[in-house]
Design a binder for this molecule. Structure first.
Ligand SMILES: *[C@@H]1O[C@H](CO)[C@@H](O)[C@H](O)[C@H]1NC(C)=O
Ligand SMILES: *[C@@H]1O[C@H](CO)[C@@H](O)[C@H](O)[C@H]1NC(C)=O
Ligand SMILES: *[C@@H]1O[C@H](CO)[C@@H](O)[C@H](O)[C@H]1NC(C)=O
Ligand SMILES: *[C@@H]1O[C@H](CO)[C@@H](O)[C@H](O)[C@H]1NC(C)=O
Ligand SMILES: *[C@@H]1O[C@H](CO)[C@@H](O)[C@H](O)[C@H]1NC(C)=O
Ligand SMILES: *[C@@H]1O[C@H](CO)[C@@H](O)[C@H](O)[C@H]1NC(C)=O
Ligand SMILES: *[C@@H]1O[C@H](CO)[C@@H](O)[C@H](O)[C@H]1NC(C)=O
Length: 499
């Protein structure tokens, strides 16, 4: 158990330091500021007059594999065109459908069907179909199709090599093993490695030109030429001038996801627990909150109301209007109080009622005066309060709610549905303020029972909502949400203490 707690704290810690990145929120075309970053994203085209990276029209894409991989396009009758619906695509087999649109990996024998109707790996009965199911990449083994969850499951070299970003065939041991940056021999392969065959999480690699070897790296250390490629396009170069700027995350699910109330630094009594919150520091036997400028990863910075993550630094928050951004998610990743303003170029702290938003880009990701999220109902083109996961049609927004997860469609989270890496906490509904907590028991995720946790497990396994108090693991007492006086006084004390 202690061993797993250790591993788990390493994972939580390293996710905060961004040595492990999520690649499910890729940059969008207009975030690429360098022409070559734009050119390397096959959905996008650089407009050399305006020096802006634009979404490419489907009709100008000639290559079938590029066209069918683009969610907005479909390949039909030898042409790439705007995606309509799967039922319009005459594909008799799954493989025919896959080649027409990535949205339609299922067929009824006559035409294609949407991915929500896709079979899971264990439902495929032919080896030829056993590639990808609704649950992820599949593997053909013992005449059965199974979900591919770790590299060792692949018994043959040819199978192992189907997932070069994740697995590596060991010629000496004759087994398929998890790939590591250090085992990559060539500079052109030295990009990133996936933690498991179906994971969204990757380790970033970088070529060491002096030692001529591939090494594990962090996005902050990447240069303009490797920033986008080695993060699988989840990060971009922050400046349009390659000689200045830094490698910056486009959108971070970790940043925008709401998080429950965690133990405040001052309520933590042990050094071990204190060290695990990157906004806290242990000094003279007590746990204190750091000043904004001392906080490094954005995920930590944004936990504090009075700090803002802007231009790759944690700064004292001023007002939303002072920050430039072009989406609700981007504003939210600067400070949770901020939303996209009417100019669509800066943030604002004004919350409009959902139905006051007349366009989808102002609606998606916004919050009303009660801090409830809004969603765009495509059928009636109206912006509404989002009350149930199933109302959301978009994966990005689905996951950012804190209540839902994307599984081909947007579904309510329950502990039992979470895997080891996501087993932490969730909201009871998209518009709920009630947090539910989970913990790992062996490999399964179940509802949290703080009282069962030992001193070493208490903080880590409860994801920072419980702390060890003299003899037992207890949920922290949280200040009254409507009463900020205490917190403000406390922050004031810290600022004075810093001076
Ligand atoms: C289409 O693009 C893929 C992936 O970039 C490439 O491997 C393939 O050779 C291209 N095909 C053609 C006909 O250009
Ligand atoms: C395809 O979609 C784009 C963007 O949504 C739109 O501007 C364009 O007119 C559409 N093209 C056709 C042929 O419908
Ligand atoms: C790019 O940045 C460098 C270093 O700051 C500066 O010397 C150069 O003038 C900049 N180039 C342009 C086109 O702004
Ligand atoms: C870390 O401490 C800060 C300040 O006390 C608190 O607001 C935040 O929620 C904590 N975060 C975690 C993950 O425990
Ligand atoms: C907003 O959400 C709707 C419905 O899910 C979607 O069709 C639309 O593309 C989204 N718009 C933006 C700008 O994200
Ligand atoms: C937690 O402890 C209680 C009583 O000590 C016990 O009945 C229960 O089975 C334990 N639960 C787990 C998940 O270990
Ligand atoms: C908020 O907390 C302060 C200090 O604990 C207390 O004096 C004040 O009455 C509280 N205000 C409300 C509205 O509860």
């Amino acid at each position: 158990m202690t061993y797993r707690v250790f591993l788990l704290s390493v994972l939580v810690f390293s996710m905060n330091c961004n040595t492990i990145i999520r690649t499910d929120a890729r940059c969008v075309c207009k975030q690429w500021k360098l022409a070559f970053e734009c050119a390397s994203d096959w959905d996008c085209a650089w407009n050399s007059n305006t020096k802006v990276c634009e979404q490419e029209e489907c009709s100008s894409i000639k290559n079938q594999s590029i066209c069918s991989a683009d969610e907005g396009c479909q390949f039909r009758d030898g042409k790439c065109e705007n995606f309509t619906k799967c039922e319009d695509l005459k594909g008799k087999t799954i493989n025919e459908c896959r080649l027409m649109s990535t949205n339609c990996r299922e067929s009824n024998g006559e035409h294609c069907l949407p991915n929500t109707l896709e079979r899971k790996c264990d439902k495929f009965i032919n080896e030829g179909e056993c590639l990808q199911g609704q649950d992820g990449f599949c593997l053909w083994e013992d005449s059965k199709c199974i979900l591919w969850s770790n590299c060792q499951q692949a018994k043959q070299k040819t199978q192992c090599q189907k997932l070069p970003q994740s697995c590596d065939w060991s010629e000496t041991l004759k087994i398929c093993i998890q790939k590591e940056c250090s085992e990559i021999d060539h500079e052109y392969d030295c990009i990133a490695v996936q933690l498991e065959p179906n994971s969204h999480l990757y380790k970033v690699c970088e070529w060491n030109h002096i030692l001529k070897q591939c090494e594990q790296s962090i996005p902050d250390a990447l240069t303009f030429d490797t920033c986008a490629s080695n993060t699988l396009q989840a990060y971009h170069w922050s400046s349009s001038n390659a000689s200045e700027g830094f490698c910056e995350q486009c959108l971070s699910p970790n940043v925008q996801k709401p998080s429950p109330k965690h133990c405040l630094c001052q309520s933590i009594e042990t050094q071990l627990d204190c060290q695990q919150n990157q906004t806290c520091t242990w000094r003279d036997g007590s746990c204190l909150e750091k000043a904004c400028y001392q906080i490094d990863p954005p995920q930590a910075c944004i936990q504090l109301d009075h700090c803002a993550w802007f231009a790759n630094a944690c700064v004292e928050f001023t007002q939303c209007e002072n920050y430039k951004a072009f989406s609700n998610l981007e504003c939210q990743s600067i400070n949770k109080k901020c939303l996209l303003s009417d100019t669509l170029e800066t943030c604002t702290s004004l919350n409009l009622e959902c139905n006051a938003h007349k366009t989808d880009d102002k609606c998606n990701g916004s919050k009303n005066s009660k801090q409830q999220l809004c969603y765009w109902d495509e059928k009636i083109n109206i912006c509404q309060v989002w009350t149930q996961c199933s109302q959301q049609q978009q994966a990005t927004y689905c996951e950012f709610s804190g209540a839902c997860f994307w599984n081909g469609k947007c579904e309510q989270i329950q502990c039992s549905l979470l895997n080891e890496q996501s087993c932490n906490h969730y909201l009871a509904a998209p518009d709920s303020k009630q947090w539910k907590y989970c913990m790992l028991n062996g490999e399964t995720c179940q509802d949290l029972k703080s009282e069962n946790l030992s001193k070493e497990e208490c903080y880590a396994l409860s994801y920072g909502i419980s702390t060890w108090t003299s003899s037992e693991c207890q949920m922290c007492k949280f200040p009254d949400p409507d009463n900020f006086t205490k917190i403000l006084t406390y922050i004031g004390m810290i600022i004075i203490a810093m001076l």
